[in-house]
Design a protein around this ligand. Structure first.
Ligand code: FAD
Length: 333
């Protein structure tokens, strides 16, 4: 029987999120050569070109649910579109990004379909069949759990952590696929979004950034984040923060990383003036390379850091920024 995997191709600010292409890449591998990948594009004013981009990256079918009720993320409305996509595609597995919206939708879908749910997956082994194993970090990355779905357990719903699985390769603009409108009924909505105020700088999405420069209480003020922003700009990264910095009012909670904030897994995480409390580590310890700058040589952050610099961040960060500004254009030249 042909295997079908459905992904939710999440969009933001008029373009596909990178995690949508990561889900597509994982779906292609799960579906195998003979299987099909269907992608749901849901929204109001869906970005032009998104459907074609999905086809070019390996989707066989793109289901387009376009409705004003989807202009903001209201879980009931998005769940209705997702359920319609499941009805249309009849997949064994549904993949979503482990984003704020994906985390809301996935368990709702699994419950509505009496299926199984594995969340926050960072690696997938096998083809997603009964023997397929899904790896997820536990205890702030101190342990990893490999889970599989029980045989005959119904729909399999998986969220994947951004920045961990390789995105789907572009297979070429000549690739053909089917783009279909997806009719669905908007259910009674229990909540409505009245306004949306973006607090974070938001130049680059923190959850998907390759480089994160984070500040803690050691930055001492809102102005103390300026050198961190300069370093992030040079590296093409995003700025994050510890809860200590947010609680102190140095930045908005939109930047908070950790157990009660965002989880990030960039290629490079630079922690500046952050002590390394376990709740902070829960949000960043899976970063590929961790650099810590702290004037306390005994700060616990050095326990997880690949590179540690003991010193005053206000001396070190500008030096690093200047040096990178000078050398970066020549790297790889
Ligand atoms: P501090 O612990 O005060 O550390 C500041 C560091 O800056 C120190 O190590 C100091 O040596 C260094 N420093 C000071 N000046 C300089 C300088 N000039 N140059 C270099 N270094 C300097 N925290 C999170 O981050 N994220 C969460 O999601 C989170 N969730 C929580 C949930 C719960 C239920 C609880 C109880 C706590 C949570 N916390 C969270 C809070 C956490 O326990 C810590 O209090 C917080 O992470 C500390 O922030 P910090 O490292 O910035 O501050």
């Amino acid at each position: 029987m042909t295997k079908t995997v459905l992904i939710w191709a999440e969009c933001r600010d008029g373009s596909l999120r990178r995690v949508a292409l990561e889900a597509l890449g994982a779906a292609r591998r799960l579906a195998g050569d003979d299987g099909e990948v269907h992608a749901l594009l849901a929204g109001s004013g869906i970005p032009s070109g998104a459907a074609n981009a999905l086809i070019e990256h390996g989707a066989n079918v793109v289901l387009v649910a376009e409705d004003p009720a989807l202009s903001s993320f209201v879980p009931e409305a998005y769940l209705a579109a997702l359920q319609a996509a499941v009805d249309a595609a009849q997949p064994e597995t549904v993949l979503l990004g482990h984003t704020a919206a994906g985390r809301e939708l996935a368990p709702r879908l699994a419950a509505a379909r009496e299926g199984g749910h594995i969340a926050d997956v960072v690696a997938i082994e096998g083809d997603g069949s009964d023997a397929g194993l899904f790896t997820r970090p536990l205890y702030a990355g101190k342990a990893f759990e490999r889970r599989s779905f029980a045989p005959g357990g119904g729909l399999r719903v998986v969220t994947i952590r951004p920045n961990n699985l390789p995105p789907a390769d572009e297979l070429g603009s000549g690739r053909s696929g089917s783009v279909r409108p997806l009719p669905f009924t908007v259910p009674p909505l229990y909540t409505a979004v009245r306004s949306l105020v973006r607090r974070a700088g938001g130049r680059i999405d923190l959850a998907e950034a390759d480089v994160v420069v984070s500040g803690g209480r050691g930055v001492h003020s809102a102005a103390g984040f300026e050198p961190l922003q300069a370093l992030a700009d040079v590296l093409g990264g995003a700025v994050g923060a510890s809860r200590g910095a947010c609680d102190a009012g140095y930045c908005g909670y939109g930047l908070q990383i950790g157990q009660t904030g965002k989880v990030v897994t960039p290629q490079l995480y630079i922690a500046c003036g952050i002590s390394g409390a376990i709740q902070h580590l829960a949000g960043m310890s899976q970063s590929k390379v961790i650099v810590a700058i702290n004037k306390d040589a005994d700060a616990p952050i050095f326990g997880v850091a690949d590179y540690g610099i003991v010193g005053d961040l206000f001396e070190i960060v500008p030096l690093l920024t200047d040096e990178l500004r000078r050398t970066l254009p020549t790297i790889g030249a």
